[in-house]
Design a protein around this ligand. Structure first.
Ligand SMILES: [Zn+2]
Length: 209
């Protein structure tokens, strides 16, 4: 319900008032976080109240900022615990070698509204590219609606990480039975995309939505 300014919490209703500048915020369908159009701060429901959500903004070309959950991760699997980029590159068959190989790998989980298959493909492509991201100096930038909540991000991250694996592993039942991923430092970030016709392009990461 676009234009609605309250959020349903079971039987009670929480007015969507920005806790920083007191502006009234609107809630779109499926939205789990709300951005104040007055001051740009982002709020989400926690325990029946609105809580401030920090958003990190990455620099790049484009004015449409798509939200992502972003975390470092380790994978437990038949090969043991994989917790650095070098090990993960090997696991996903990446030929890329320029990333800092002893650093932890990072997974990207689309947090905006996108069909699951597309979200998995986009998250997979970003994760296996090991992009080097610079933080934007601009703050409180306007982001597209967040529709995937923090509690749902780990399961989606696991599906994305499974999709990064080379086929022989993906089809190996004993590998899959032992597979598990642990995220750490999960945070919400935005990445700029450029509109081109009805597609969204991220030229620096060679991505298309
Ligand atoms: Zn505000």
């Amino acid at each position: 319900m676009r234009g609605c300014s309250v959020a349903d919490v079971g039987l009670s209703v929480v007015p969507l008032i920005c806790g920083r500048c007191a502006a009234r915020m609107t809630a779109g369908k499926e939205q789990v976080a709300y951005q104040c159009s007055g001051c740009g701060s982002v709020w989400e429901l926690a325990g029946g109240r609105l809580a401030l959500r920090e958003v990190g903004h990455f620099a790049g070309n484009g004015t449409i900022r798509l939200p992502f959950w972003y975390a470092s991760f380790s994978i437990n699997c038949l090969e043991g615990c994989i917790d650095d980029s070098a090990g993960f590159m090997k696991l996903c068959g990446s030929a890329k070698s320029s990333a800092a190989v002893s650093e932890p790998p990072f997974v990207f989980v689309p947090a905006f509204s996108l069909p699951a298959q597309q979200a998995i493909r986009l998250g997979r492509n970003m994760t296996v590219r090991f992009p080097t991201l610079q933080t934007s100096i601009a703050q409180e930038l306007s982001i597209e609606p967040v529709t995937l909540s923090e509690v749902d991000a780990p399961l989606m991250a696991e599906l994305i990480l499974l999709a990064t694996l080379v086929e022989e592993r993906r089809n190996n039942p004993s590998f899959l039975a032992s597979f598990g991923a642990v995220l750490s430092g999960l945070r919400l970030v935005s990445i700029p995309f450029m509109r081109e016709g009805n597609r969204l392009i991220q030229s620096g990461m060679n991505l298309e939505v």
